[in-house]
Design a protein around this ligand. Structure first.
Ligand code: WTA
Length: 662
């Protein structure tokens, strides 16, 4: 069967996942040369955790070998590769140089204005050594936390690896978060150092970062001793003498000699804050040995990585976990060559990404459905102007990819606008900040891929779909996604809050990790992700908590009450829609909507600004006072509200409808 022909075609397939029956087997040629072969699944099933021990020893260089693969006696707190010692930065850098790969390009950097830089492994190693010396000279030592608030520039990767080198724990805060959000993360982790930049470029204009750092540190009571500032766009910045130092002054002048000391396999590598179901973001904690093993393994197997010849490009910002695992760590651990791009996809024109693919001959592209849908909207003529022939594997992450976008990705990007006879396989990778690395994904030389499904667990990973009672559902049914066995890259907890860790992930079902996603198994047992089942929204692949935005709204003096829902959106997956009840003294006019949107922007960040804010007289609540977001979602999505019989006051929905007609 030709790779272009679907195995089974169903009439109206595109709209409805339940009717999506197409499947595309890998080409014989791809399979024959693939990194991951079908035996991997059998091996992993037969070996249990020892499968991971084998990967750990093959993929990483250990200063001291481990004596125990997994210690699960203190479940759900796992220890992997107990007794082992290694250095993440040595594994990502020095060893490649020592083994003769120093001249290989590690990073091709392309700035939004078109400036470029290339770092070989030898050069990147030198930069990281200098940064490690510089941070140490500023008083950072093993175990200290470092907040990183940087744009997508090589210094971001250098900073993370310099922290890892000295055993400091980085906490990267996405540049789109506000000063308040940055401060709460600095405080929660008690960061000693902040590394930032004057700013970056956004849609052709300089954008600023340093002012937010200054604002975040205005109030006393923080733990920050120094702020290191990278000069990126040259915009004037405020300066606090004694606290602020230029990267160029401290890093450039530092010694390029720095020995990486071994750290325990379970030494904390980083904290990354993510939204949960309550207002307060969770500091997800990852440690060293297990995290590096699973990220490196999946990066090779999922993307069929051939480090000598591939040019890999993951478009994620380092502010998200994808940027941690699949920009900073795995590609460098694996000795890959990668592209890093600073800017937006439509600057200076909507073909920028495809121009970059052509220019750098990108062979593996990893991006998010929201970006694919945006490109679809702009039209296939735009990528059609560029030669995308180099692409041989495509990845997707962040949210369910709808079959229509999947097919577009396959044909327009993966088959170079249809000019290529055999399109590149698509791997739809399901995972989370908490899981650290891919958990469910096709393997490109093995799995017959299905548009819209992440399909199968990674070899060595045990996932399932269970019902309310925690019983495994039969094929053809839906339920909740769980992970049944501990995995190497699993989070080791929530920073400073062990109880919340147990409660959030381990209390819903006995001895299973509750992911918070709905899923179904199809007739073949393949897994389809159906979105979050909790109060977490997914906007353009970014996790936002409804409660967090509600708290931000209610913190404004004009707001009495607020309820936030994620409404389906063609491009961004979900969009934030807020319903607010104003205080008696506040005026309901256009200004209040603008004021409140900006207020949320200030409290959390521009990404959290509601698309719509609807002022309503009441909110639908049950007798126990719980807001029925389901009904509000109906309103936000323009449907007749569903069953409202459990409302305390059943006139509320008509009051809301009435107020919105005005
Ligand atoms: C969603 C991003 C469907 C899911 C790596 C998960 C996905 C949340 C997929 C984690 C996918 C991620 N298919 N849904 N391939 N990948 N998700 O922590 O709801 O930012 O729980 O990690 O994104 O988001 P996070």
């Amino acid at each position: 069967m030709s790779d272009q022909q679907p195995v089974k075609q169903h009439g109206d397939a595109l709209e409805n996942l339940y009717h999506e029956h197409r499947s595309f087997p890998p080409s014989a040629e791809f399979s024959a040369a693939a990194v991951a072969q079908p035996e991997l699944y059998k091996e992993a099933a037969a070996e249990g955790p020892e499968f991971w021990a084998k990967q750990a020893r093959q993929l990483l260089t250990w200063d001291e070998d481990f004596t125990q693969t997994l210690d699960w006696t203190d479940a759900p707190f796992a220890k992997w590769f107990v007794g082992g010692k290694l250095n993440a930065s040595y594994n990502a850098l020095d060893r490649h140089v020592e083994e003769g790969r120093g001249d290989r390009v590690a990073i091709y950097f392309e700035g939004e204005p078109g400036d470029t830089r290339t770092y070989t492994y030898a050069e990147l190693t030198e930069e990281v050594k200098k940064a490690a010396n510089a941070f140490e000279s500023l008083g950072v030592s093993k175990g200290d936390r470092v907040a990183v608030y940087l744009p997508m520039i090589p210094e971001a990767v250098i900073t993370m690896l310099a922290c890892a080198r000295i055993g400091a724990v980085h906490s990267v805060v996405f540049g789109g978060f506000s000063a308040d959000a940055l401060r709460s993360r600095i405080d929660d982790a008690e960061a000693k150092l902040v590394v930032t930049a004057d700013g970056s470029y956004r849609r052709g204009k300089p954008s600023l970062l340093k002012p937010a750092v200054d604002e975040s540190l205005l109030k006393d009571g923080h733990t920050v001793g120094h702020v290191v500032v990278v000069k990126r766009n040259g915009e004037p910045v405020g300066w606090t003498e004694g606290r602020d130092v230029w990267w160029d002054d401290v890093v450039s002048s530092a010694s390029a000699e720095h020995t990486a000391v071994p750290h325990d396999s379970e030494h904390p590598l980083f904290i990354l804050y993510t939204s949960g179901t309550t207002g307060k973001p969770k500091g997800i904690l990852h440690t060293t040995g297990g995290y590096l093993t699973q990220t490196a393994f999946t990066h090779r197997a999922t993307f069929d990585l051939k480090p000598e010849s591939d040019v890999y490009w993951c478009t994620a910002d380092i502010g998200w976990v994808t940027g941690h695992s699949y920009v900073t760590y795995a590609p460098l651990i694996n000795g890959a060559t990668q592209l890093m791009y600073e800017g937006t996809p439509d600057t200076p024109h909507q073909g920028r990404w495809w121009e970059l693919v052509e220019k750098y001959k990108v062979s593996i592209l990893y991006t998010a459905p929201t970006a694919i849908r945006t490109c679809m909207k702009w039209g296939r003529d735009i990528p059609g102007k560029f030669n995308l022939d180099s692409i041989r594997v495509l990845g997707s992450v962040g949210e369910p990819i709808n079959p229509e976008a999947w097919m577009w990705y396959r044909t327009v990007i993966g088959a170079n606008g249809g000019k290529k006879e055999i399109p590149a396989p698509i791997v739809d990778t399901w995972w989370q900040t908490e899981t650290g690395a891919h958990m469910i994904t096709p393997l490109p030389g093995v799995t017959a891929t299905k548009p819209g499904s992440a399909q199968v667990a990674v070899p060595g990973i045990s996932v399932d779909v269970v019902d309310e009672m925690g019983e495994s559902v039969p094929d053809g049914s839906g339920g909740f996604l769980v992970v049944r066995e501990p995995w190497p890259a699993m989070l080791r907890g929530i920073w400073g809050d062990p109880e919340r860790f147990k409660e959030t992930y381990w209390s819903r079902f006995d001895n299973m990790y509750f992911a918070g996603d709905g899923a179904k198994k199809d007739e073949d047992g393949d897994i389809w992700l159906l979105g979050r089942v909790d109060d977490v929204m997914n906007v353009s692949g970014h996790r936002l908590s409804t409660t967090e935005i509600e708290s931000a709204l209610v913190s404004h003096p004009s707001v009495a009450e607020a309820a936030v829902v994620g409404a389906t959106d063609e491009t961004t997956g979900e969009a934030v829609v807020a319903f607010v009840i104003l205080r008696g003294s506040a005026k309901d006019d256009d200004d209040i909507v603008t004021t409140l949107r900006n207020h949320v922007g200030k409290e959390i960040g521009p990404i959290a600004k509601p698309r719509h804010i609807l002022v309503v007289p009441e909110l639908p609540k049950t007798r126990s006072g719980k807001i029925m977001r389901r009904l509000l979602k109906d309103v936000a999505e323009g449907r007749e509200p569903g069953d409202s019989s459990t409302l305390a006051d059943n006139t509320v929905m008509s009051q809301i409808a009435e107020s919105l007609r005005k």
